[in-house]
Design a protein around this ligand. Structure first.
Ligand code: SF4
Length: 315
């Protein structure tokens, strides 16, 4: 992407730089959590697209503590980006799925570093309660706290078909409870485009839902097929067809136009591991997809929020 051109959406890097005055880099931490959709509490098989690592990097299994992971991560991110401030990103599995005392110990460990300016915590909407949110509320008085809820689809039929183990109402309740108990905590929703059975209009309903709920950020993912998952079986048997890049780019642009201009865009495509990926292959060239999204918005003459402003204009 041409760095001299202003992005046509509110990206996370720019947003963080606006708050802290310098680059802030997410530093991934694997704290050894599990997932209720795998351990039998909600289900056993997991979501149909998820591999057993649950987005983990394996650091916890190797016995690397949160403190050690942060030491290693800071060094690597400084070398790569020259970044000196970090958000500790609890990413793997469901990072509020534990008793509050354990959560507090792990989050405290990350926040003990002066240059860790906050936390980003990925979880499921059925893994929070008032006590956990009160803990996050306390942190949010002094630190930047993002809570990332996986919604994936705004349609209950899709959530059932991908074996998600929660419905849309559960997501709405979690958002409302967070806004009530921890109003300074920023909420980021994860949405997947290209889920089985969804056409473009169905996907775009996700943008309208997030705008209505007033969440602060979104991660837009592409559904891709990881080898060995239930989705892989569907793909190999011809029962699932991946989105083409053209279709994805147009849908993302539509999605961005429907969001409020200030909503922080934390991700715009998938980031598959080459060795695990079955299909499609185009997400391996992530920069090309990001460039095409920017160029498509430029060609349309639109930005994030263009249609949101029109659809929500006073009558
Ligand atoms: S909730 Fe997350 S970790 Fe659990 S099965 Fe689904 S994608 Fe995997």
């Amino acid at each position: 992407m041409n760095a001299t051109k202003a992005k046509r959406y509110t990206d996370l890097n720019g947003h963080l730089k606006g708050i802290f005055g310098k680059r802030v880099q997410k530093l991934t931490v694997d704290a050894g959590f599990t997932c209720p959709n795998r351990d039998g509490s909600k289900g056993t098989g997991g979501c149909i697209f998820c591999n057993e690592k649950g987005s983990g990097n394996g650091a916890h299994i190797l016995g690397t503590s949160v403190t050690e992971q942060i030491h290693q991560g800071r060094e690597a991110l400084f070398k790569r980006y020259k970044s000196k401030l970090f958000l500790a990103y609890f990413q793997a599995y469901s990072n509020t799925y534990a008793p509050v005392a354990r959560l507090k110990a792990l989050y405290d460990e990350a926040l003990a570093f002066d240059d860790v300016v906050g936390l980003s915590i990925g979880t499921r909407p059925d893994c929070v309660d008032e006590e956990k949110l009160a803990l996050l509320d306390a942190y949010s008085q002094e630190k930047l706290i993002w809570l990332e809820y996986g919604l994936q689809s705004p349609h209950d039929t899709t959530l059932a078909s991908i074996n998600r183990g929660h419905d849309v109402a559960c997501f709405k309740s979690a958002v409302a409870l967070t806004q009530k108990i921890a109003p300074k905590v920023k909420i980021c929703a994860h949405i997947i485009l290209g889920l089985p059975g969804e056409d473009r209009e169905m996907m775009l309903e996700g943008a309208r839902l997030l705008a209505d709920l007033g969440v602060d950020g979104v991660k837009i993912h592409l559904l891709y097929v990881i080898k060995g998952t239930p989705l892989d079986e569907l793909y190999l048997s011809g029962d699932y067809t991946c989105l083409e890049e053209d279709d994805y780019v147009e849908t993302v642009c539509d999605f961005l136009e429907l969001l409020p201009p200030e909503m922080v865009i934390q991700r715009l495509t998938g980031d598959p591991h080459r060795d695990e990926l079955r299909a499609p292959q185009w997400p391996l060239k992530k920069r090309d997809t990001l460039r095409r999204i920017q160029e498509t918005l430029e060609a349309r003459g639109t930005v994030q929020g263009s249609r949101y402003m029109t659809e929500n204009a006073p009558q």
